[in-house]
Design a protein around this ligand. Structure first.
Ligand code: ADP
Length: 162
């Protein structure tokens, strides 16, 4: 049983994330989307909101589960008995940070392999930050996130501005 974890903040989930989830789910028996509850960051969406959005958008993928975690990824991987970490790469800027993290995780837990998946070209520019930036200026985000997520983002941003 090959169990992989795809960790991230997913604040909010984008088409780029969904593309990696769909492709990664074909490479393993079970894929856990690990939503990081990072107390240092000030997320737009609560952890429960992020988890429920991703659950809804991945319900057609039978071997995908969505869970939140806190603390170290290696501890979460041990707890879930996962052997693989999936990360997405968009550009060299991602690479520098990612390779450091992968090395650090391997030092901590040598049995855990990190696998990098290259972004689909059409999502190479896309990040949660870009989505929030465009949404905050009333831009069209329909090419960035699924339709059902758009009103949730707009409501959050309008609320913040009040
Ligand atoms: P971000 O805020 O950059 O979207 P996340 O922590 O939510 O960051 O990302 C989780 C993982 O998904 C990371 O490995 C990140 O590199 C990857 N990822 C994010 N957006 C894309 C994309 N458009 N294409 C491929 N991978 C992506």
């Amino acid at each position: 049983m090959k169990r992989a974890i795809y960790p991230g903040s997913f604040d909010p989930i984008t088409f780029g994330h969904l593309d990696i989830i769909t492709r990664a789910s074909k490479l393993c028996d079970e894929l856990i989307v690990g939503v990081l509850n990072n107390k240092q960051k000030n997320p737009l969406f609560s952890i429960d909101e992020r988890v429920s959005m991703i659950k809804e958008l991945t319900e057609n993928l039978d071997n995908v589960r969505v869970e939140c975690f806190e603390g170290l990824l290696v501890d979460f991987a041990k707890e879930k008995d996962a052997q693989v970490i999936i990360r997405g790469l968009r550009a060299v800027t991602d690479f520098e940070n990612e390779i450091q993290l992968a090395h650090a995780n391997r030092v901590q837990y040598p049995q855990l392999e990190t696998i990098f998946m290259t972004t689909s070209l059409k999502y190479a520019y896309l990040s949660s930050t870009v989505v929030k930036e465009f949404a905050s200026y009333g831009g069209d985000i329909s090419l960035f996130v699924p339709a059902q997520v758009i009103p949730l983002i707009e409501a959050k941003i309008n609320n913040k501005e009040k």
